[in-house]
Structure formats: structure tokens, C-alpha cells
Write a protein that binds this ligand. Structure first.
Ligand code: SF4
Length: 465
């Protein structure tokens, strides 16, 4: 089957083996192509939202807040103020006469009522258009209430989701350097780019603690304002979702000299390698850290392998498609599928860079489709062309899979099952296995039609004999 692709999008799709690697990316989405990406405001909101003891106020019409309400389902081990969605609910009158007074009133009332440790105020499209001075309002309220009130310059139209990540990092960075670092050990890390979906950051924290490391700040899953204020005192930043928090790692490196490294907690190889990388970093300070890490990895592997092998027997040779937000997660998923014997035939992301796609091209098999900033039309066509057994994506990809009668695994903000760490790999394999081997797919029109065709072909073959 030939895939219909807009001419303007051809440079963002690569079929491995058909041509030398060349890909265009990091460009604005094509108007009319209904990109899977979100807006700048949404990008900043998803990064900051899991800071659980802060107030999050969306300055704009109610739709922006509703659209991103509880968007990550990030769990907290304490306060849960982040799960409330506050908005100034701008109306026509505010658009004409300005919304600054309304914003100030809302902030004062909410801070008095909820006693947050800090407040983040998100700018939306309409605020950018009417020109409310967010910074001035935040400064005034901060002076009056004595807590940091931080403007997040995230007008939706200003770029794409990536620009929102940057706005969030800038807001968080302005909190740093204001907390006491005297109790922080040199053997310490900040966990960047983990959102504590289904409690995942607790799994990773436990690994680091078993290695003998102090975790200073979770950024941003299960995050606390006080931890972020002193995060500059940590010995290392470990950055998982690099798209969302690499900017912060760079800012901290420049201002405080905090070193950073990219890690991934998905899959067996990447999880183990990430722990080893961190252990090697601290080897001079603690010569026994590597042995403790090896023991940890061995213990976890011994526990998980028998179950993984059972799933692999049924999944061997089945086909998977991946479309996720950041490309770094895609690398781990390609490897994770290999461990359970499945072939990845399509892989894409919303915000990958050229180096990301080049690396994907290197680790995938011939014929794999690699795609940047795709849309439902293309994804549907690719899934059918490759006849995949499972599609891994997020909330916007789920209906594409189900409409086509393809198994789906939610690997995005909405997941309810922990997929990070060694235990997460087992959960992932179990979920993929349950979905791929479900008898329900035999009854979807596409597969059922195919069986009918085969039956007819058999019948014709029989008559010919
Ligand atoms: S694009 Fe603008 S109006 Fe739409 S959700 Fe984002 S900030 Fe709000």
C-alpha cells in the first residue's frame, strides 16, 4: 500500500535502506496537517505541573486550563495541590480592558486559601495578544505574600511544545540558588525529566538510594519547591526526558557547574547502563559504588528474566510501531522490544533532533519508517502498510490504533502502570503480551477481512485441484 504524505512533509520521513539518511526536523508543524504536538503553554504546564506543593494558575480562558487539567496524573507522596486546576477564566470584558487586576485578585485569594510554597502563573495565547504584564503582577504579589510567584512565558502560539519546556525550565531555574545546601552530600543527584507517572520516580529513587546516593530534588515528578530551591547543591543531574529538562541541566551547568548526564529508565539495557553510568561518575568519591550497583542489577535481573522469557515465546517476530513525545524514549523502546523478540517497523517522535533520528536509523532494521512530527493521517497509513501488531504511543495515538484494530500500549502521561525500572520492563512486556495476544483482534474488520480473503483463496485452490 502506498502512503499519502503531504509534499511539505516528505523531508520529515525516512525509510531506512531506501535512501541515505537525511531528515528535516525541529520545524513548525505543517498547518492543516493536525500535528500530534501540543502548544507552548501545554509544554510548560506538563513540566511544572507535578511540583506538588506549588500553586499552578493558568491565566487565560478556561479552555487552556481544562485542556491540560491533571495532564500527567503525576503522583505525590505528600501534598496534592498540583492536581487542582486554577484558571483566571478570562472573558470578553477582560480581553478588552485587560486581565491584570483579575489575575492579581485570583493570586491573592488562592495563596491565602491554599498556602502554597510557590506559585507558577502560566501565560496563554490571549494573554500574549492583549499584553498583560505577568511579570509585574507576579512581582507585586510575591512582595505582598512573601512566596516566589513566577511568571511562565508560555503563550501557546509562540512556537511548539519544545518552547514551552524552555519556558518551564527558566521559571524553575529562577527558584534555584535560594535554598540551604549545607546538608547535601557530594554523593548526590537530582532526578530531572521524570514525572512520577504511576509512582515511577519512587522506583528510581530507591535504586539510587540502594547505590548509596542522596536524591536532592525530583524534577519534576513528586517535586517540592524547597528541594528545587537547593537543587544546585547536588553533585550530578541525571536527565531522563532530555527534551523537557535538558535546558535546565545546561542552565545549572553554566551557573553552578553542576555536571549532567542523559539516562533512560526504560528497558533492561538502558536501565542497567544508566545506573552504571551514574556509579562510574561517583567512583572516585566512593570506590565501592560500582559493586553495589552490580549487585543491585543482578538481583533485579534474576527476578525478572524468567517472566520476560515466557512472554518472548509468544511475541517472537510480531511487529511494533512507536510514536512518542521525545526521541530518547524511542531508543529505549526499540531495545525493549528486541528483548521480547518483536520487530520495530515504525518509530517517530514529536520533538526529536537530527542526531536523535540519525541514532534511531542506526539502531533500527532495514525498512523501518522513521518519522518526525507526524499526524493521524500518516500514522494510520503507516500502521496499515506495516500491518503492525501493537502501537505504542499516548492519548492522541490511542484512537488511531483502536480504529484500525491494532493493539495499543499507553507509554505516555496517562499511563497507570509503572513502566520504568526493571520492574517496569516486566510490566511493559506483560501489557504488550496481553494486548498482542488478545483474541479480540481476530474480530476487527481489517483482520477478519483478511481471514476471509485467505479462506476464499484456499477454497479456490481446493477447487483448482
Ligand atoms: S494554543 Fe493557546 S488557546 Fe490553545 S490551549 Fe494553547 S495557550 Fe490555550
Amino acid at each position: 500500500m502506498k502512503t499519502a504524505v503531504f509534499d511539505e512533509r516528505k523531508g520529515q520521513i525516512h525509510r531506512k535502506g531506501e535512501q541515505p539518511f537525511q531528515m528535516t526536523c525541529d520545524k513548525d508543524s505543517l498547518a492543516g496537517a493536525v500535528s500530534q504536538r501540543a502548544c507552548v503553554f501545554c509544554g510548560s504546564r506538563v513540566v511544572l505541573y507535578p511540583i506538588a506543593d506549588a500553586l499552578h494558575l493558568v491565566h487565560g480562558p478556561i479552555g487552556c486550563a481544562a485542556y491540560t487539567w491533571d495532564i500527567r496524573g503525576a503522583l505525590s507522596s505528600g501534598p496534592a495541590l498540583h492536581r487542582l486546576s486554577f484558571s483566571t477564566d478570562l472573558q470578553e470584558q477582560d480581553v478588552i480592558f485587560g486581565g491584570e487586576q483579575k489575575l492579581e485578585r485570583a493570586l491573592l485569594e488562592l495563596i491565602e486559601r491554599h498556602d502554597p510554597k510557590a506559585a507558577f502563573v502560566y501565560s496563554t495565547c490571549i494573554v500574549g495578544i492583549i499584553g498583560d504584564d505577568l511579570e509585574a503582577v507576579c512581582k507585586r504579589v510575591s512582595k505582598e505574600t512573601g512566596i516566589p510567584v513566577l511568571p511562565v512565558q508560555s503563550e501557546g502560539f509562540k512556537g511548539n511544545k519544545r518552547a514551552g519546556y524552555n519556558a518551564a525550565c527558566k521559571a524553575m531555574f529562577s527558584l534555584m540558588g535560594t535554598g540551604d545546601t549545607s546538608e547535601i552530600s557530594r554523593l548526590s543527584v537530582n532526578i530531572l525529566g521524570d514525572f512520577n507517572l504511576a509512582g515511577e520516580i519512587w522506583i528510581i529513587r530507591e535504586y539510587f538510594e540502594r547505590m548509596g546516593l542522596q536524591v536532592v530534588a525530583n524534577i519534576t515528578g513528586d517535586g517540592r519547591v524547597a528541594d528545587i530551591r537547593r537543587a544546585h547543591g547536588a553533585g550530578l543531574n541525571v536527565v531522563q526526558c532530555s527534551g523537557s529538562t535538558m535546558d535546565l541541566a545546561h542552565m545549572m551547568n553554566e551557573a553552578y557547574g553542576t555536571p549532567f548526564m542523559r539516562v533512560s529508565y526504560f528497558g533492561v539495557e538502558d536501565m542497567a547502563e544508566s545506573l552504571y553510568k551514574v556509579a562510574r561518575f561517583f567512583l572516585e568519591l566512593d570506590p565501592e559504588i560500582l559493586d553495589r550497583t552490580k549487585a543491585l542489577v543482578k538481583e533485579e535481573l534474576d527476578r525478572m528474566y524468567p517472566e520476560l522469557l515466557r512472554y518472548r515465546r509468544d511475541l517472537e517476530g510480531k511487529k511494533a510501531a512507536i510514536y512518542v513525545g521525545g526521541a530518547f524514549k524511542a531508543f529505549s523502546l526499540v531495545k525493549a522490544f528486541r528483548i521480547i523478540g518483536m520487530d520495530v517497523v515504525l518509530v517517530g517522535s514529536q520533538t526529536g533532533t537530527e542526531e536523535d533520528y540519525r541514532e534511531l536509523s542506526e539502531i533500527t532494521d532495514e525498512g523501518t519508517i522513521i518519522v518526525d512530527d507526524s499526524n493521524p493521517l500518516e500514522l494510520s497509513a503507516f500502521l496499515q502498510e506495516k500491518d503492525v501488531d501493537i502501537f505504542v504511543g499516548g492519548v492522541k495515538e490511542r484512537p488511531i490504533a483502536f480504529k484500525l484494530g491494532v493493539g495499543f500500549c499507553d507509554h505516555n502521561h496517562e499511563r497507570k502502570e509503572a513502566l520504568e525500572g526493571f520492574v517496569g520492563m516486566v510490566n511493559f512486556a506483560r501489557e504488550v503480551h496481553a494486548s498482542v495476544t488478545s483474541p479480540v483482534w481476530r474480530f476487527v474488520p481489517r483482520k477478519a477481512g483478511k481471514r476471509e480473503l485467505l479462506r476464499n483463496a484456499d477454497r479456490r485452490g481446493g477447487q483448482a485441484k
